[in-house]
Ligand binder design. Sequence first.
Ligand SMILES: [Zn+2]
Length: 140
Amino acid sequence: MRRLEDAEETILIEPAKNAPPEFQLESRIGLFYPTALDEDKDRIRTGTIFYDPYTTFWIKCGGETLPFPPDVVLAHEMGHAYGLSDPPTDQDYLTGQCIDTFENPYRKEKGLPERPCYGCERVKPPSPKPEKPKAPRPKR
Ligand SMILES: [Zn+2]
């Protein structure tokens, strides 16, 4: 994290609603959009993080349903600004994995379940557990 603060690059953080439509943020959870090449080769790239600061998303990952609160989304996207990838799709990023290096340590610190994999799908929030029907009051 210290390296991000010291970097010359500027990372903007914007609400998802400001993202251009081609980023399709209604179907994704967050995005780091790099806007410049890594000129000084520190792996940190100038760009914009788009995320929704008001919505907790839910993902299904290896049979588990996990919460994906806004601060975790931000931590994940900061990992991309730091030069980390979501393998195997992000071929243009460099070494290191975003979930292992940024997201899961943050989840652990917050007491949230860790995310086991990259092949996750966005799902609806789990519905609250149905209450047990109340026992009928004994008749007098
Ligand atoms: Zn990612």
